[in-house]
Design a protein around this ligand. Structure first.
Ligand SMILES: *Cc1c(COP(=O)(O)O)cnc(C)c1O
Length: 360
């Protein structure tokens, strides 16, 4: 077996313990004679899997009882529509546009109501988070929307926006469970599993109960009606059973290393290894304003396309995969999610040092 250090932005690296456990249970899940993939979602066996996953997630994040936890399908991009469909009571929402995903969410929301762009960092290629301390929040806005960690550009909110009392909705796809969060500060949290938690195909939505309503517009597909999904325990139809099972294992893995405080500490230590090097290197440069740096996605450049291509291909040959930057930023990007070990980042930095010596 030859595992590489996988710096993919998503789908991405998973904890080896999780993969090994799933492998062990593949043919015969705990004596039931079948894999979780083959199991009825209505079986008591699967009910226990989803209930345990939910309970573990509630414990990890400290999710209050007046929030529902949903395990859905569709991709985060689908739920860019679900959110305005369910949450726009007045038909108005404010969006802070800090990257491609936030922008897509903003454009999608315009189909269902009035979406206002109240701040943006597009003027500088999304390399920073705008000052959100005193934004022109719309009087009758139903919510304020953010993308909390910008996967492509490598920025993150270290302080949440001042929403002036409005409900906050956050796309946490690429920072979910990377650090503690105060769930009560949010009305709705959206996260796709394939960045930091599990396989593609699971969407986690944590939503405050009072936002679920019977009077969503008639055009809203039943599957995208959050109240229907909540009333049916995420099983209005067949849920992404296998993915939920793997997410459940990732929740346990985080619990076993000490929960979200310990996870955050690990992520901070890990990111510091790469940021410290970027700050002193003369060849490699980070692309993001320092105070807005992400712990999860770290873009960097050399500024010479041929040299960057050489770096990516030599890194690959040395067992470090998926370091090519997103096409809109260029250069390189190292995604160092929860499951990336510190040794992975140290190996990368060691390789960068060597590369700089040889080619600098
Ligand atoms: C990847 C990503 C998305 C899109 O997720 P899909 O599951 O591909 O729809 C949305 N938001 C953020 C922050 C992401 O990182």
């Amino acid at each position: 077996m030859n595992r590489v250090y996988n710096f993919s932005a998503g789908p991405a690296v998973l904890p080896e313990d999780v993969l090994l456990e799933a492998q062990e249970e593949m043919m015969d899940y705990r004596g039931c004679g079948m894999s979780v993939m083959e199991m009825s979602h209505r079986s008591s066996m699967f009910q226990e899997i989803i209930d345990t996953a939910e309970a573990d997630l509630r414990n990890l994040m400290g999710i209050p009882d007046n929030y529902k936890v949903l395990f859905l399908q569709g991709g985060t991009a689908l739920h860019f529509a679900t959110i305005p469909m369910n949450l726009m009571k007045n038909g108005v929402a404010d969006y802070i546009v800090t990257g491609s995903w936030a922008k897509k969410a903003y454009v999608e929301a315009q189909k269902y109501g009035q979406a206002n762009k109240i701040a943006s960092s597009e003027d500088e290629t999304f390399t920073y988070i705008p000052d959100c301390s005193d934004l022109p929040i719309t009087e009758n806005a139903d919510y304020v929307y953010i993308c909390e960690n910008n996967t492509i550009y490598g920025t993150t909110y270290h302080t949440l926006p001042n929403t002036k009392g409005k409900d906050l909705v956050s796309d946490m796809s690429s920072c979910f469970l990377s650090r503690p969060v105060d769930v009560e500060k949010y009305a709705l949290i959206l996260a796709g599993a394939q960045k930091n938690i599990g396989p593609a195909g699971v969407q986690i939505i944590i939503v405050r109960e009072d936002l679920l309503r019977d009077d969503v517009p008639d055009y809203v597909p039943t599957m995208l009606n959050l109240k229907v999904q909540a009333d049916n325990g995420s099983m209005y139809n067949t849920p992404p059973c296998w993915g939920i099972y793997i997410c459940g294992k990732a929740f346990r893995w985080i619990r076993d290393i000490g929960g979200l405080d310990a996870m955050a500490k690990r992520n901070e230590d890990k990111a510091a290894v790469l940021y410290d090097y970027l700050d002193k290197s003369t060849m490699f440069k980070g692309t993001v304003r320092k105070e807005d740096r992400s712990l999860m996605n770290i873009p960097f450049v050399i500024g010479d396309k041929d040299m960057e291509a050489k770096f990516v291909s030599e890194a690959k040959a040395a067992g470090m995969e998926n370091l090519k930057g997103h096409r809109t930023v260029g250069g390189m990007r190292a995604s160092i999610y929860n499951a990336m070990p510190k040794e992975g980042v140290e190996t990368l930095v060691g390789f960068m040092e060597e590369f700089e010596k040889k080619n600098g």
